[in-house]
Design a protein around this ligand. Structure first.
Ligand code: CA
Length: 225
């Protein structure tokens, strides 16, 4: 899940980023409304966490300008006694709101719910040969054997499974899983692929994760065709 947090309290923003990163999310931060608007409009996020009171451009104005161009799910964060703010946020097109102070667990549950709603049409249980990837439970099973994956390994597998049969370049993978835009250092991807392969393929008879020399990687069951 790719999340944008627009929050001017840096401590809160950093805390949320850390928590979400540990859950396997890719997180961008903006500390004011102008930056937030730029990121929200020019990048694709699964969910945006938007503080109401922001320097530059406040959260409500940001939301209004965003809604003119995009339907990215937005969870608005408002002050404890800001009933009017909540109403205003919902009217401007927020999908949900949270009242400060909130717990990380609640925020994460709501983000997941919004993300799920946003992906209502997308399958959440993917199958590649004998490998099953559950995007909601964040679990991978192959031939009845639960695979123990780290958050990043799961994110990598989820990407490959969502786009199974399609060759993904190291650059694409690095961008989508690590949010890294780099020229030559694709070592991170190579190392992660190697680790993932050791878990999802090595113990089994048929490999599903294939290297296409000079192009990238593809997850597919070649036994089918
Ligand atoms: Ca604020």
């Amino acid at each position: 899940m790719k999340v944008l947090i627009v929050e001017d309290e840096r401590k809160t923003a950093e805390y949320l980023r850390q928590g979400l990163t540990e859950q396997g999310c890719t997180v961008d931060l903006a500390f004011d409304g102008i930056d937030g608007q730029h990121l929200a409009v020019h990048h694709d996020y699964d969910v945006i966490v938007l503080d109401g009171m922001l320097p530059g451009l406040d959260g409500f104005e940001l939301l209004r300008s965003l809604r003119a161009v995009k339907n990215t799910p937005v969870i608005m964060v408002t002050a404890r006694d800001g009933v009017e703010d909540r109403v205003r946020g919902l009217r401007e097109g927020a999908d949900d709101y949270l009242v400060k102070p909130f717990s990380f667990v609640e925020l994460f549950a709501r983000l997941q719910a919004l993300n799920r709603r946003g992906r209502a049409q997308e399958a959440t249980l993917l199958r590649v040969g004998g490998l099953h990837v559950d995007l909601i439970a964040r679990r991978a099973v192959r031939e009845s054997q639960r695979l123990e994956l780290t958050a990043k390994e799961f994110a990598l597998l989820a990407l490959l499974a969502r786009r199974q049969g399609e060759i993904l370049s190291k650059t694409t993978i690095a961008e989508l899983v690590w949010d890294m835009h780099f020229d030559s250092n694709t070592n991170v991807v190579e190392v992660a692929i190697k680790r993932l392969r050791a878990k999802i393929d090595a113990p089994f008879a048929t490999p599903l994760l294939h290297t296409i020399r000079g192009m990238g990687y593809v997850l597919e069951d070649r036994e089918v065709s």
